[in-house]
Design a protein around this ligand. Structure first.
Ligand code: GLU
Length: 327
């Protein structure tokens, strides 16, 4: 880690703590999602932070009708509450990402004004073919359009050969490091590991990486607790915080719960959905206890309410148990 540039932390006295849970309403919550929600709620409540619920319904083609309402209903049934959050009427207020696209566009324009974004006309096939060594799931973008000579901007786009541009963020050749509160030190050189990444797709949809950072800045989030599948997105997000001159929050990545076959749970499989368990007569206290027991927060799986669980923990005990679970 010695050669990594650590970002500047905001001073401890900077103000109140704010945490959030940000589900995508693309299907019913399953036990795995719920364990992350419970841990985010406990982390917020044990730290005296405000807790925000935000619906990440940005990718409209993947959003399922009724899913946001079901998520709200399931969380409340389990005794997890929040200080600010969406109404049950899907997509009507500021806690739905679909209502926040003006903010994302402003951020994109401000990054463009700093010379940090550029239009890209490559198709997926072009990128696959041009990328030298595919890394992980996605090929690393080789920078084909980085130095195109044209003067379009994100508010004034033009198609080339019938194709509208995607907008990419220019990453730099330096290491970005952070210390996750639960998983420890993590460091990436984005030029080597991801290449310039997309902030707005050619179909006009804003990318998760931009939307999540803009929202977390605008909502004053100081602590982000989420599943470890997003650990690998964090350095890209830190690069955006830095480019937008915003303080970087603390990150807490938690292990994902697996099903009995050791597979990561999926929203496509309805059998473990909370609504299904509720319909089969499960009690909220049994589910809370099973989830808390599964990550070492309880020594037995005696039924317990979310409030009672909270009263048995301290933030130190929380960190100790959840850290052990992820290591
Ligand atoms: N919406 C994302 C999900 O449901 C979480 C994003 C985040 O917490 O940064 O997986």
């Amino acid at each position: 880690m010695d050669d990594c540039l650590d970002y500047e932390k905001p001073p401890e006295s900077a103000g109140v703590k704010v945490s959030r849970y940000a589900p995508s309403p693309t299907g019913p919550l399953h036990l795995g999602n719920l364990r992350t929600a419970l841990l985010a709620w406990l982390q917020a409540r044990l730290s005296g932070a405000d807790f925000i619920l935000r619906m990440e319904d940005l990718d409209l083609p993947r959003v399922k009708a009724g899913s946001a309402k079901q998520i709200i209903d399931d969380l409340l049934w389990l005794g997890l509450d929040w200080d600010q959050g969406p109404s049950e009427c899907a997509g009507v207020d500021d806690y739905y990402q679909s209502q926040r696209t003006d903010l994302y566009q402003q951020a994109l324009l401000s990054l463009y004004a700093k010379g940090l974004v550029y239009p890209c006309y490559c198709s997926r096939k072009d990128i696959r073919e041009a990328a030298s060594a595919p890394h992980g799931k996605l090929p690393i973008y080789p920078g084909t359009c980085r130095n195109l000579d044209n003067d379009i901007n994100p508010a004034n786009e033009q198609s080339v050969n019938g194709r509208m541009p995607a907008w990419r963020f220019k990453v730099s050749d330096q290491n970005i490091a952070f210390t996750d509160k639960l998983m420890g030190e993590y460091c990436q050189n984005l030029q080597v590991e991801t290449g310039d990444f997309v902030l707005r797709r050619s179909d006009g949809l804003f990318a998760y990486q931009l939307a999540v950072v803009v929202d977390d800045i605008e909502m004053g989030i100081t602590d982000v607790l989420r599943g470890e599948d997003l650990l690998d997105s964090t350095c890209r997000q830190i690069a955006l915080y830095q480019a937008l001159d915003a303080p970087v929050p603390d990150f807490w990545h938690v292990g994902l719960m697996q099903d009995e076959q050791g597979k990561r749970m999926s929203k496509r499989d309805d059998s473990d959905s909370i609504s299904q368990l509720r319909a089969n007569g499960a009690e909220a206290e049994s589910i809370i206890s099973m989830l808390a027991y599964s990550c070492g927060l309880l020594a037995t799986n005696q039924p317990i309410s979310a409030k009672e669980l909270l009263s048995e923990l301290s933030i130190m005990k929380f960190i100790f148990c959840v850290q052990r679970e992820v290591s």
